[in-house]
Design a protein around this ligand. Structure first.
Ligand code: FES
Ligand code: FES
Length: 165
């Protein structure tokens, strides 16, 4: 029996997308394979590593654990939606400046979790940063530089208030 695709409408990085998705496909698969947005990584595919983190209706989620059909009518922000007019987002520059990027595989997910955190809490304590990033695994950096980068991003955002949006 043929599995039928299902129509969904989803706003991705500010653009309305009308898509036909397979009912068993995750949002991560659709973002990468149908929309060609390869910044969102798939590693474990089981909700364990955070490489696939995107912001879904304002909340950081593991997009490998969300069915694409569940995102119907929602708004999705991926790493590609952060830079504006060719300029990296302050969170992205903070990660680079603090040396928080090594192989870079975890970075899009880390940055998206950071964005969701700072949108909700612009001046997080270290514990709150650790908690927000607890689902994002990095095998390279030892996390110290990542935590520093989040602090630096928070400082940048308080200087240029509103720019993390
Ligand atoms: S690929 Fe989604 S959590 Fe690991
Ligand atoms: S920089 Fe390599 S996994 Fe985090």
């Amino acid at each position: 029996m043929m599995i039928e695709s299902i129509p969904i409408t989803v706003e991705v990085n500010g653009t309305i997308q009308r898509l036909k998705v397979m009912p068993h496909h995750s949002l991560a698969v659709v973002i990468r394979e149908q929309l060609g947005l390869l910044g969102t990584k798939i590693s474990c595919g089981e909700g364990e590593c955070g490489a696939c983190t995107v912001i879904l209706d304002g909340k950081a989620v593991n997009s490998c654990m969300v069915l694409a059909v569940e995102a119907d009518g929602c708004s999705v922000l991926t790493i590609e939606g952060l830079a504006k007019n060719g300029e990296l987002h302050p969170i992205q520059t903070a990660f680079i400046e603090e040396g928080a990027v090594q192989c870079g595989f975890c970075t899009p997910g880390m940055v998206m979790s950071t964005k969701a955190l700072l949108d909700e809490n612009p001046e997080p304590e270290e514990e709150q940063i650790r908690e927000a990033l607890a689902g994002n695994l990095c095998r390279c950096t030892g996390y110290h530089r990542i935590i520093n980068a989040v602090h630096a991003a928070a400082r940048k955002s308080s200087v240029h208030s509103g720019e993390t949006k």
